[in-house]
Design a protein around this ligand. Structure first.
Ligand code: AMP
Length: 282
């Protein structure tokens, strides 16, 4: 096959190649994904290449971040399509471990990031950030890259990963990349393909409401009032709102006024069975 990037499936092969890059004085960046790649994922490769000479994209649908009731079995998978996109985007290497390579049968370790993991998405998905922190710690240690790139679309995840890497002295710098959106404002997500046609038409309301709430807060409307109105608009549009909150974008601490420039609004909501999340700076 000529039109595919180099693919490795074991830690040993991965380390062999990243070690060679290091010996040659080339900086490298890891881009962890769960596949079903879209422009949001591919934009992370562009950012990686602004900082590093070499990029490695991992594709692994991590069972540890799904609860038994969630969509692990039906999560979209398209290895062939993903490899084509990665080839076109000049990813240097693709790492696709299988389940046992990542989690041997007697795997016994888990990583938890206290505090930050427990609110917002962590409140309704208590298993989630432990699963993410565990797999990302493994990926960072496996790849031993200088940088790793994560999307601001999953802003809480970005902060949890950054804290985990700092706490564990993992010498990989965590970079955040801006959210890539569809033309109508909907944040790109592998899960968008689950949306029915009707729900897909409704979905951009989430971003529109974030923008409106941010605008109200900037204009001096009380934060509680602006958020309450946002929840009502979303509910009327058919969303089942999990949370809509103003938080400090550096610490994720709740804030009830815009004291500094780091305020961020976070939303999580279901349309039908599909969970959508989004966030913007105020
Ligand atoms: P996932 O495959 O959903 O686990 O996402 C892999 C990486 O891509 C994560 O760092 C996400 O934050 C990032 N990502 C997903 N969607 C977007 C998007 N629309 N814009 C920017 N980054 C994204």
């Amino acid at each position: 096959m000529s039109n595919t990037p180099d693919v490795v499936r074991t830690v040993k092969e991965l380390r062999g190649i990243t070690a060679e890059w290091r010996r040659d004085g080339e900086a490298s960046a890891l881009i962890p994904t769960m596949g079903a790649l879209h422009e949001g994922h591919l934009s992370l490769i562009d950012l990686a290449h602004e900082h590093a000479d070499r990029s490695v994209v991992s594709i692994f649908v991590n069972p540890k971040q799904f609860s038994p009731a969630e969509d692990l079995a039906t999560y979209p998978r398209d290895e062939e399509g993903d490899l084509e996109k990665l080839y076109e985007r000049d990813a240097d290497l693709v790492y696709i471990p299988d389940g046992p390579e990542m989690y041997p049968p007697d795997f016994s370790t888990s990583i938890g990031v206290e505090g930050m993991s427990q609110s917002l998405c962590g409140a309704s998905r208590p298993h989630f950030f432990g699963g993410v922190a565990t797999v990302v710690a493994k990926l960072l240690i496996q790849a031993q890259c200088d940088y790793a790139v994560f999307g601001e679309k999953d802003y809480q995840q970005l902060l949890v990963v950054r804290r985990m890497a700092r706490d564990l002295n993992i010498p990989t710098e965590i970079l955040g990349a801006p959210t890539v959106r569809e033309d109508d404002g909907l944040a790109m997500s592998s899960r968008n393909q689950y949306l029915s046609r009707q729900d897909r038409e409704m979905a951009p309301h989430l971003y529109a409401v974030l923008e409106n709430v941010a605008e109200s807060i900037r204009a001096g409307v009380a934060v509680g009032k602006a958020l309450h109105e946002g929840v009502q608009v979303l509910a009327q549009a058919g969303f089942d709102v999990d949370y809509l909150e103003l938080r400090d974008g550096r610490t994720l601490e709740p804030i009830d006024a815009l004291t500094e420039s780091s305020g961020r609004i976070f939303a999580g909501a279901y349309l039908g069975k599909t969970r959508l999340i989004d966030n913007i700076a105020v």
